[in-house]
Design a binder for this molecule. Structure first.
Ligand code: SF4
Length: 372
């Protein structure tokens, strides 16, 4: 089954590390934007009428910053135009500074059954420095409103002035208030963001320190009952993000909205990042795709391996052989031999050992470069 992604590109303010398509000064355009998204969904319907979807992910940006009625209409539009499974996982991303009991109530009534909350840090000083619009207390209020729901918390490592104690607190507060899933990402200082200047000034932790923070976080998460299933993702039993698992299994998905990307029938395509261009295209009944690439048979194999090696389960060699009609062990013999100390190898699976998952890039590069 396939997934649906919808991008809501509005935020209260721009975080200092953010290079996503998000426009804090354009929030007044939310109504027109959502009208375009509903239209884009209708425009794609004929191409996807044979598809079954079992996840809908509403991300951003900050989807919770816009009026909740737009979100309810969005879920209704997805159900109207697409064959969305009745047990579909429907997720919305939320910023704790933008939620209320009535919003969450409407989300639930609309059919949303999973919530992804951006905490990032439990230290208010760090949150301020990042340009986040919320405090730890607002996160706690939000988490209390989500009591009993299936919700995930995003936390970050590699932040300026961040101690292991800070990371511990962020994980503890997530667990204490009942998160079923935690995503722990290392900050990437993107060129052009204010945080990049911090990086150039040597104010961010170096790679060894970040690796130590990551190992610390993994241990803490494990102690609190969160199992790692992908390099940055941890969950209670059975609470994996189905939407993201589909990405890592190289599944198909359709994206709507500015900057949204899609993978359909071995073609990867991306919508424009420019909000005005998106409006112009959709209003004139054109798709807003600016980049499209058909993935070659070799490229498909590389993608499959690269994505699977990010996960704890690794490559299912039988599935690989069924999909691509080539023997995995033979095709990647050189990379397997070179990296055998870092790999778990069983007759059915090849995965990266726990201790090396965080530094997987070099291993993955070997797989891509040394394919026969
Ligand atoms: S809330 Fe998320 S999308 Fe919005 S500015 Fe911050 S990091 Fe970017």
């Amino acid at each position: 089954m396939a997934g649906i992604y919808v991008h809501i590109p509005f935020c209260k303010q721009k975080c200092r590390y953010c290079d996503f398509a998000s426009f804090p000064d354009k929030i007044g355009l939310a109504e027109s934007y959502m009208a375009c998204v509903y239209r884009e969904m209708a425009m794609r319907e004929p191409q996807l009428k044979d598809y079954k979807f079992d996840t809908l992910y509403i991300g951003g940006g900050t989807p919770s910053v816009i009026d909740e009625s737009y979100i309810a209409m969005l879920v209704a539009a997805a159900k109207k135009h697409y064959n969305l499974d009745k047990n579909a996982e429907i997720t919305i991303e939320m910023n704790p500074g933008t939620v209320s009991a009535s919003k969450i109530d409407m989300y639930k009534k609309a059919g949303i059954n999973r919530f992804s909350v951006g905490l990032q840090s439990a230290n208010d000083e760090i949150l301020r420095d990042l340009g986040r619009v919320h405090t730890l207390n607002q996160f706690i209020t939000c988490a209390k409103l989500l009591k009993g729901e299936n919700f995930s918390v995003d936390i970050m490592i590699g932040l300026k002035g961040q101690s292991l104690q800070d990371i511990s607190q962020a994980i503890e507060v997530s667990a204490l208030y009942g998160a079923s899933h935690v995503s722990m990402y290392a900050l990437t200082p993107e060129d052009g963001t204010p945080v990049y200047t911090d990086y150039l000034n040597g104010e961010l932790p170096d790679s060894d320190e970040v690796a130590e923070q990551y190992a610390f976080g993994v241990k803490k998460l494990k102690e609190l009952g969160y199992e790692r299933y992908e390099v940055s993702n941890f969950c209670k039993k059975g609470k994996e993000s189905r939407h993201n698992l589909n990405y890592w299994r190289r599944g198909e998905y359709i994206g709507f909205g500015v900057s949204a990307s899609s993978h359909i029938k071995n073609v990867r395509f991306t919508n424009t990042f420019d909000l005005d261009e998106y409006f112009k295209c959709i209003i004139s009944n054109h798709f807003a795709v600016v980049d499209s690439e058909e993935i070659s048979p070799e490229g498909r194999r590389d993608e499959y391996v690269m994505l699977a090696l990010r996960t704890v389960a690794g490559v299912d060699t039988e599935e690989y052989e069924k999909l691509f009609k080539v023997l995995f062990d033979r095709e990647y013999a050189a990379a397997i031999e070179k990296n055998k100390d870092y790999l778990n190898i069983t007759p059915r699976r090849v995965s990266i050992k726990d201790d090396y998952l965080f530094v997987q890039n070099n291993i993955i590069i070997d797989f891509l470069e040394e394919r026969k």
